[in-house]
Design a protein around this ligand. Structure first.
Ligand code: GUN
Length: 283
Protein backbone atom coordinates (compact mmCIF):
# COMPACT_ATOMS: atom_id res chain seq x y z
CA UNK A 1 0.00 0.00 0.00
CA UNK A 2 1.13 3.54 -0.69
CA UNK A 3 -0.47 6.10 1.54
CA UNK A 4 -2.64 8.91 0.30
CA UNK A 5 -0.96 12.24 1.02
CA UNK A 6 -3.02 14.73 3.04
CA UNK A 7 -2.02 17.99 1.35
CA UNK A 8 -1.88 20.79 3.93
CA UNK A 9 -1.32 23.45 1.28
CA UNK A 10 -4.41 22.47 -0.72
CA UNK A 11 -6.61 22.20 2.39
CA UNK A 12 -5.25 25.53 3.68
CA UNK A 13 -6.08 27.21 0.40
CA UNK A 14 -9.66 26.01 0.63
CA UNK A 15 -10.06 27.03 4.28
CA UNK A 16 -8.39 30.43 3.73
CA UNK A 17 -10.83 31.13 0.90
CA UNK A 18 -13.67 30.43 3.34
CA UNK A 19 -12.03 32.78 5.88
CA UNK A 20 -11.77 35.51 3.22
CA UNK A 21 -15.46 35.12 2.36
CA UNK A 22 -16.53 35.33 6.01
CA UNK A 23 -14.19 38.31 6.54
CA UNK A 24 -15.92 40.09 3.65
CA UNK A 25 -19.31 39.49 5.27
CA UNK A 26 -18.05 41.04 8.52
CA UNK A 27 -16.54 43.98 6.64
CA UNK A 28 -19.94 44.64 5.10
CA UNK A 29 -21.13 45.14 8.69
CA UNK A 30 -18.28 47.59 9.31
CA UNK A 31 -15.98 45.20 11.17
CA UNK A 32 -12.57 44.21 9.84
CA UNK A 33 -11.11 41.22 11.75
CA UNK A 34 -7.77 42.29 13.20
CA UNK A 35 -4.78 40.34 14.52
CA UNK A 36 -1.90 41.83 16.52
CA UNK A 37 1.36 39.90 16.40
CA UNK A 38 3.93 40.86 19.01
CA UNK A 39 7.57 39.88 18.56
CA UNK A 40 10.19 40.58 21.21
CA UNK A 41 13.85 40.10 20.29
CA UNK A 42 15.54 38.90 17.12
CA UNK A 43 15.06 35.11 17.07
CA UNK A 44 15.57 34.22 13.40
CA UNK A 45 12.91 31.50 13.19
CA UNK A 46 10.38 33.73 14.97
CA UNK A 47 11.01 36.54 12.46
CA UNK A 48 10.07 34.17 9.61
CA UNK A 49 7.01 32.81 11.45
CA UNK A 50 5.59 36.25 12.25
CA UNK A 51 6.17 37.49 8.69
CA UNK A 52 4.24 34.48 7.37
CA UNK A 53 1.41 35.07 9.84
CA UNK A 54 1.07 38.74 8.90
CA UNK A 55 1.20 37.95 5.17
CA UNK A 56 -1.46 35.25 5.55
CA UNK A 57 -3.73 37.81 7.25
CA UNK A 58 -3.27 40.31 4.46
CA UNK A 59 -3.95 37.65 1.80
CA UNK A 60 -7.22 36.71 3.50
CA UNK A 61 -8.34 40.34 3.89
CA UNK A 62 -7.74 40.51 7.64
CA UNK A 63 -6.22 43.55 9.29
CA UNK A 64 -2.92 42.83 11.03
CA UNK A 65 -0.36 44.77 13.01
CA UNK A 66 3.13 43.58 13.73
CA UNK A 67 4.73 45.07 16.83
CA UNK A 68 8.46 44.44 17.08
CA UNK A 69 10.42 45.19 20.22
CA UNK A 70 14.04 44.97 21.32
CA UNK A 71 15.10 41.90 23.30
CA UNK A 72 15.75 44.28 26.21
CA UNK A 73 12.06 45.16 26.55
CA UNK A 74 10.93 44.79 30.17
CA UNK A 75 8.20 42.41 31.23
CA UNK A 76 6.20 45.35 32.60
CA UNK A 77 6.35 47.15 29.24
CA UNK A 78 5.22 44.02 27.40
CA UNK A 79 2.35 43.51 29.85
CA UNK A 80 1.34 47.14 29.28
CA UNK A 81 1.33 46.56 25.48
CA UNK A 82 -0.84 43.47 25.90
CA UNK A 83 -3.27 45.42 28.06
CA UNK A 84 -3.47 48.18 25.44
CA UNK A 85 -4.24 45.56 22.75
CA UNK A 86 -6.87 43.98 25.02
CA UNK A 87 -8.61 47.37 25.03
CA UNK A 88 -8.16 48.09 21.30
CA UNK A 89 -11.49 47.47 19.50
CA UNK A 90 -9.78 47.12 16.09
CA UNK A 91 -7.87 44.08 17.40
CA UNK A 92 -9.75 40.77 17.82
CA UNK A 93 -6.79 38.42 18.21
CA UNK A 94 -3.48 38.84 20.05
CA UNK A 95 -0.49 36.61 19.46
CA UNK A 96 2.73 37.04 21.42
CA UNK A 97 5.34 35.04 19.56
CA UNK A 98 7.24 32.49 21.65
CA UNK A 99 9.93 32.02 22.81
CA UNK A 100 10.25 35.26 24.74
CA UNK A 101 13.60 36.49 26.14
CA UNK A 102 14.56 34.66 29.34
CA UNK A 103 13.94 37.65 31.63
CA UNK A 104 10.24 37.68 30.68
CA UNK A 105 7.80 35.20 32.26
CA UNK A 106 6.02 33.86 29.16
CA UNK A 107 3.15 32.29 31.11
CA UNK A 108 2.47 35.59 32.87
CA UNK A 109 2.29 37.34 29.49
CA UNK A 110 -0.03 34.68 28.05
CA UNK A 111 -2.34 34.98 31.07
CA UNK A 112 -2.46 38.76 30.52
CA UNK A 113 -4.08 38.29 27.10
CA UNK A 114 -7.87 38.55 27.26
CA UNK A 115 -9.29 35.01 26.74
CA UNK A 116 -11.69 36.59 24.18
CA UNK A 117 -8.62 37.52 22.08
CA UNK A 118 -6.48 34.43 22.81
CA UNK A 119 -6.32 33.14 19.22
CA UNK A 120 -3.27 31.00 20.04
CA UNK A 121 -5.39 29.12 22.58
CA UNK A 122 -2.55 29.11 25.13
CA UNK A 123 -4.36 30.91 28.02
CA UNK A 124 -5.38 28.63 30.91
CA UNK A 125 -8.98 29.71 30.28
CA UNK A 126 -8.68 28.36 26.72
CA UNK A 127 -7.06 25.15 27.97
CA UNK A 128 -9.84 24.74 30.53
CA UNK A 129 -12.51 25.38 27.91
CA UNK A 130 -11.02 22.68 25.68
CA UNK A 131 -10.83 20.24 28.57
CA UNK A 132 -14.45 20.76 29.58
CA UNK A 133 -15.90 21.09 26.06
CA UNK A 134 -16.86 24.74 26.53
CA UNK A 135 -16.55 27.36 23.77
CA UNK A 136 -13.05 28.81 23.53
CA UNK A 137 -10.07 28.96 21.21
CA UNK A 138 -8.24 25.76 20.31
CA UNK A 139 -4.46 25.82 19.81
CA UNK A 140 -3.82 26.14 16.09
CA UNK A 141 -1.58 23.15 15.38
CA UNK A 142 -3.73 20.38 16.89
CA UNK A 143 -6.84 22.15 15.56
CA UNK A 144 -5.27 21.97 12.09
CA UNK A 145 -4.65 18.25 12.60
CA UNK A 146 -8.34 17.76 13.39
CA UNK A 147 -9.26 19.61 10.18
CA UNK A 148 -6.95 17.28 8.25
CA UNK A 149 -8.74 14.22 9.67
CA UNK A 150 -12.07 15.87 8.83
CA UNK A 151 -10.86 16.44 5.25
CA UNK A 152 -10.56 12.67 4.70
CA UNK A 153 -13.92 12.08 6.44
CA UNK A 154 -12.21 10.10 9.16
CA UNK A 155 -14.59 8.97 11.91
CA UNK A 156 -12.64 8.82 15.17
CA UNK A 157 -15.39 7.08 17.15
CA UNK A 158 -13.99 3.93 18.69
CA UNK A 159 -10.58 4.37 17.05
CA UNK A 160 -7.33 4.19 18.98
CA UNK A 161 -5.30 7.39 18.62
CA UNK A 162 -1.72 7.54 19.85
CA UNK A 163 -0.21 10.99 20.39
CA UNK A 164 3.58 11.08 20.71
CA UNK A 165 4.53 14.18 22.70
CA UNK A 166 2.90 15.93 25.65
CA UNK A 167 3.54 19.65 25.13
CA UNK A 168 0.93 22.21 26.19
CA UNK A 169 0.90 23.54 22.63
CA UNK A 170 0.40 20.29 20.70
CA UNK A 171 0.41 16.93 22.51
CA UNK A 172 -1.98 17.59 25.39
CA UNK A 173 -4.58 19.66 23.46
CA UNK A 174 -4.34 17.15 20.58
CA UNK A 175 -5.26 14.31 22.94
CA UNK A 176 -8.26 16.26 24.29
CA UNK A 177 -9.55 17.05 20.78
CA UNK A 178 -9.28 13.39 19.73
CA UNK A 179 -11.04 12.38 22.95
CA UNK A 180 -13.83 14.87 22.26
CA UNK A 181 -14.43 13.02 18.97
CA UNK A 182 -14.74 9.72 20.86
CA UNK A 183 -11.35 8.20 20.10
CA UNK A 184 -9.58 6.10 22.72
CA UNK A 185 -6.43 8.12 23.32
CA UNK A 186 -2.95 7.19 24.49
CA UNK A 187 -0.32 9.86 25.14
CA UNK A 188 3.27 8.67 24.74
CA UNK A 189 6.35 10.63 25.79
CA UNK A 190 10.02 10.34 26.67
CA UNK A 191 9.12 8.20 29.69
CA UNK A 192 7.10 5.68 27.66
CA UNK A 193 8.70 2.23 28.02
CA UNK A 194 7.79 0.58 24.71
CA UNK A 195 6.68 3.18 22.17
CA UNK A 196 6.50 0.67 19.32
CA UNK A 197 4.10 -1.57 21.28
CA UNK A 198 1.80 1.47 21.63
CA UNK A 199 2.00 2.79 18.07
CA UNK A 200 1.44 -0.67 16.57
CA UNK A 201 -2.03 -0.64 18.19
CA UNK A 202 -2.92 2.78 16.78
CA UNK A 203 -5.44 3.62 14.07
CA UNK A 204 -4.24 7.24 14.17
CA UNK A 205 -0.77 8.42 15.14
CA UNK A 206 0.19 12.05 15.76
CA UNK A 207 3.94 12.58 16.05
CA UNK A 208 4.78 15.81 17.88
CA UNK A 209 8.17 15.42 19.48
CA UNK A 210 10.59 17.53 17.44
CA UNK A 211 13.01 14.70 16.65
CA UNK A 212 13.66 12.94 13.35
CA UNK A 213 12.61 9.32 12.78
CA UNK A 214 10.60 9.02 15.98
CA UNK A 215 8.17 6.94 13.93
CA UNK A 216 9.42 4.33 11.44
CA UNK A 217 7.55 1.87 9.22
CA UNK A 218 7.98 -1.09 11.60
CA UNK A 219 6.08 0.89 14.27
CA UNK A 220 2.94 1.46 12.18
CA UNK A 221 -0.08 -0.81 11.77
CA UNK A 222 -0.99 -1.24 8.09
CA UNK A 223 -3.70 1.26 7.14
CA UNK A 224 -3.08 3.67 10.02
CA UNK A 225 -3.41 7.43 9.53
CA UNK A 226 -0.20 9.31 10.35
CA UNK A 227 0.00 13.05 11.10
CA UNK A 228 3.48 14.55 11.37
CA UNK A 229 3.77 17.73 13.43
CA UNK A 230 7.59 17.69 13.54
CA UNK A 231 9.75 20.36 11.95
CA UNK A 232 13.39 19.31 11.84
CA UNK A 233 16.39 19.43 9.50
CA UNK A 234 17.99 16.29 8.10
CA UNK A 235 21.74 15.79 7.50
CA UNK A 236 21.50 17.61 4.17
CA UNK A 237 19.82 20.55 5.90
CA UNK A 238 16.44 19.80 4.31
CA UNK A 239 13.21 20.27 6.26
CA UNK A 240 11.81 17.01 7.62
CA UNK A 241 9.29 15.89 10.22
CA UNK A 242 9.33 13.40 13.09
CA UNK A 243 8.21 10.57 10.81
CA UNK A 244 10.33 8.52 8.41
CA UNK A 245 8.08 9.61 5.55
CA UNK A 246 9.47 7.34 2.81
CA UNK A 247 9.18 4.22 4.97
CA UNK A 248 5.88 4.97 6.70
CA UNK A 249 4.06 5.94 3.51
CA UNK A 250 4.44 2.31 2.38
CA UNK A 251 2.39 1.15 5.41
CA UNK A 252 -0.05 3.96 6.30
CA UNK A 253 -3.35 4.67 4.55
CA UNK A 254 -2.91 8.45 4.86
CA UNK A 255 0.09 10.57 5.80
CA UNK A 256 0.97 14.26 6.04
CA UNK A 257 4.23 15.42 4.43
CA UNK A 258 6.81 17.87 5.81
CA UNK A 259 6.90 20.49 4.42
CA UNK A 260 3.38 21.05 3.07
CA UNK A 261 1.42 19.19 5.74
CA UNK A 262 0.55 20.38 9.23
CA UNK A 263 2.76 23.52 8.95
CA UNK A 264 0.51 25.60 6.66
CA UNK A 265 -2.53 24.40 8.63
CA UNK A 266 -1.21 26.06 11.81
CA UNK A 267 -1.33 29.51 10.24
CA UNK A 268 -4.67 28.73 8.60
CA UNK A 269 -6.23 27.92 11.96
CA UNK A 270 -4.83 31.17 13.38
CA UNK A 271 -6.80 32.98 10.68
CA UNK A 272 -9.88 30.90 11.50
CA UNK A 273 -9.55 31.72 15.22
CA UNK A 274 -9.05 35.43 14.50
CA UNK A 275 -12.11 35.50 12.30
CA UNK A 276 -14.08 33.61 14.94
CA UNK A 277 -12.94 36.13 17.59
CA UNK A 278 -14.15 39.00 15.41
CA UNK A 279 -17.47 37.26 14.74
CA UNK A 280 -18.01 36.67 18.46
CA UNK A 281 -17.15 40.31 19.25
CA UNK A 282 -19.67 41.47 16.63
CA UNK A 283 -22.59 39.61 18.26
N1 GUN B 1 6.28 29.86 18.50
C1 GUN B 1 6.27 28.74 17.74
N2 GUN B 1 5.00 28.41 17.41
C2 GUN B 1 4.20 29.34 17.97
C3 GUN B 1 2.79 29.55 17.98
O1 GUN B 1 2.00 28.80 17.41
N3 GUN B 1 2.37 30.64 18.67
C4 GUN B 1 3.20 31.48 19.32
N4 GUN B 1 2.68 32.51 19.98
N5 GUN B 1 4.51 31.31 19.34
C5 GUN B 1 5.00 30.25 18.67
Amino acid sequence: MTAQIIDGNALSKQLRTEVATRAQALKAKGITPGLAVVLVGDNQASQVYVRNKVKACEDAGLHSVLEKYEASMTEADLLARVEALNNDPSIHGILVQLPLPAHIDAQKVIEAISPAKDVDGFHIASAGALMTGMPGFWPCTPYGCMKMLESINYDLKGKHAVVIGRSNIVGKPMALMLLQKNATVTICHSGTKDLKAMTLQADVIVAAVGKRNVLTADMVKPGAVVLDVGMNRNDEGKLCGDVDFEGVKQVASHITPVPGGVGPMTITMLLVNTLEAAERASK
